[in-house]
Design a protein around this ligand. Sequence first.
Ligand code: C2O
Ligand code: CU
Length: 552
Amino acid sequence: MGRGKAKIGVSSVTANCVTKDMIVVNGQFPGPTIYAVEGDTIIVNVTNNAGSGVTIHWHGVRQVLSCWQDGVGYITQCPLKQGDSFVYNFTLQGQTGTVFWHAHTTWLRATVHGAIVVFPRDFTYPHTKPDDQFIVTLGEWWNGDPEAIEIAGLEGGGPFQLADALLVNGKPGYRYNCTDVEGITRFTISAGKTYLLRVINAGLNTEEFLGIANHKQTVVEVDGEYVTPTDFDTTYIGPGQTMNVLITADQAPGSYYMEAKGYSSVILTDPAELPAAAVQVILNDVPKIPASALFQYDSAPVLDPSTTFYPGLPAENDSSFAMQFENSLFTLRPQDVPLNATRNMLFTVGTASQFCEPSQNCTFRAAGEVNNITFVLPKIDLLQAYYFGIEGVYTTDFPDFPESPFFYTSPDSPPTAQQISKLGTRVSVLEYGTVLDLVLQGTMVFAFESHPFHLHGYHFYVLGRGQGDWDPINSPSTLNYYNPPHRFTVDVPSRGWVAIRFAATNPGVWFLHCHLEKHTSWGMQMAFIVKNGVGPDQTLPPPPPRLTACAA
Ligand code: C2O
Ligand code: CU
């Protein structure tokens, strides 16, 4: 069992040559790491002195029969108000690996996040045992206040301000003028040793490519689940994903830079339909300067120009690289994949121009949608409303399929009716034990981009992905039902689809959303209610004694 205190409050933090007051946990940025062993119970007493409402979500923790502890604002609990405290208490049942925690209200995740490392019970790994381990948290920095930037973006109805810097463990690195060698995250390594990097993309809005000069990355785990060890020069990681990578210090002793570079998957369907300025804004999708960190051999002088090396990375818009990377991952436990689906759904995910017809030229009044519904957060959390049968909070008519099928990725589609999404707090109800095959189909009115979709309370199998439209006749034969990777966040490719499968055996209310916060802000999300089965091990227990109060 592990116990800790998390005080959420304002501290002075410096990065990117700016010192500002920002909301962090225990005065640290990134926040403290939780180290645990598989099966441990974690108890964290969270106190909120942030001035605004906060919850803490344990991202990737499956929360078996503990949905009340999932920490999603207005989904599983109401946010802690200023001065409130709440004790989270959950067990890391049947899972190991790298996951993380983060605030799950407004844009606070930008500054309120930290790693969770779950060691296997006997400290043995199904891959080469590393000599040492490092946490590599990828993040973003805004010189201003992220919560204010979210509000400004929502009020403006258009894109949100880009981050001012990308970060590795809270530091932007050498490419940003203001940093010297002390302003960079440094990992000291010894020749011949093997290291496990526990990489977390805790950023809000930036999918990234990751490279380390001259060193191969062997991916051994994604999203806290082992995969067949596979070598890459570059890896890809979206917000809400984690990845364990082995590197061996097998190069001439020297200084080797790691770089984390923003990836933009935006494809405009028909730029001619948009004003040039708008095209510029859409394409200017990620910060252009990579974050960096230094892998320094302890036997070599620091940054001697003759022994300092830089990685090469794919082009910013190399979407085939991202797709190829995710297609190269395979679970080590094929025996666990459920054999057949008992229910099928297809969700379009994308953006719509919510408040007006495209012909009115107000294309930036954008809304996120899933099956053409823009999710509206309720005033009372869904879980409480469901458990206590409180009426009027949500409806259970979330559709299994888009209202009318269309060519999702054709420039002329979707038809006008689909371009205006409907507001609603709708959920989809799953019987206990349903094996759901769900296709997430990218679609958009004027431009496509990829979406790292995250499901709470579960890992799902990623059966496959493809470009263009999912074809119910021909696409299933392209899927991998044998050893698909087991993930909790998957990249829905730009102008393409991904198919996932999971068995709904964890009762509760579980959020499904794009983990790009700019899209969550626009409502690109929905929730599943998974009903109880029979017997206590299939039934959601009653809530903890003290629920956070919802506004009257
Ligand atoms: Cu990382 Cu809904 O969460
Ligand atoms: Cu998205």
